[in-house]
Ligand binder design. Structure first.
Ligand code: ADP
Ligand code: ZN
Length: 214
């Protein structure tokens, strides 16, 4: 299965992408995670991406396309993949299309959520820096405050989840990424999923869409 997860910041791409990748046995490729790791490690990629990510702007298309080409070329992605956070512009979608050659995407899942919901989700989002587990202070809190249920490490918030930067990311999403909904509709790959409800209900809706596409 070759799947793209589309949707604004805070729509649940990471949460559902992780579960989907485990159930389908294909890797989750999240460009935001790859970039944050490169920034933490201080690599050349990280240095060039740092300012863009910190301010909520997009990293240049050529940079992201280069890292996707490398990642999708690896052996574990030959049987399929789930893309989270890529493509984010029409130019990236065109680049992906030529990268995939004759084998098009099976499915583009568009996670639809109202803006008020994503703003509060991002404000309440806490992450485990060690294992990547995701919590929500109001709807899915950890058992012990500030500690990961899975590995016991301290929870942190993403620096770009600060309200000013969230506003910027949503603005960039509306301008650069939202046009991909119409783009993939024309390609015939798009399925809309209402992603405003509980994670379990959203995941069930995603599974129904996957079942129809398989
Ligand atoms: P979210 O979807 O919650 O905004 P991500 O983790 O997907 O978060 O992305 C975080 C940041 O990484 C983005 O705001 C942007 O700066 C950068 N980024 C991630 N993916 C891309 C991409 N495909 N193109 C350009 N920039 C990207
Ligand atoms: Zn953890």
């Amino acid at each position: 299965m070759r799947v793209v997860l589309l949707g604004p910041p805070g729509s649940g791409k990471g949460t559902h992408g992780k579960r989907l990748s485990e159930s389908l046995g294909v890797p989750l490729v999240a460009t935001g995670d790859i970039l944050r790791q490169a920034i933490a490690e201080g690599t050349a990629l990280g240095k060039s991406a740092q300012e863009h990510v910190k301010s909520g702007r997009l990293v240049p298309d050529e940079t992201v396309l280069g890292l996707i080409e490398t990642r999708l070329g690896r052996r574990d992605a030959q049987g399929g993949f789930i893309l989270d956070g890529f493509p984010r512009t029409v130019a990236q979608a065109e680049g992906l299309k030529s990268l995939l050659g004759g084998r098009p995407l099976d499915l583009v899942l568009n996670l639809v959520v109202p803006t008020e919901v994503v703003v509060s989700r991002l404000r309440d989002r806490w992450l485990c820096a060690k294992c990547g587990a995701i919590y929500n202070a109001s709807t899915a809190p950890p058992k012990v405050a500030g500690r990961c249920d899975v590995c016991g490490s301290a929870l942190t918030q993403r620096t770009d989840d600060e309200p000013e930067t969230v506003r910027k990311r949503l603005e960039v999403y509306a301008r650069e990424t939202a046009p991909l909904v119409a783009y993939y509709e024309r390609e015939g790959a798009l399925r809309n999923v209402d992603a405003s409800g509980l994670a379990a209900d959203v995941y069930a809706a995603i599974q129904r869409s996957i079942g129809k596409a398989a």
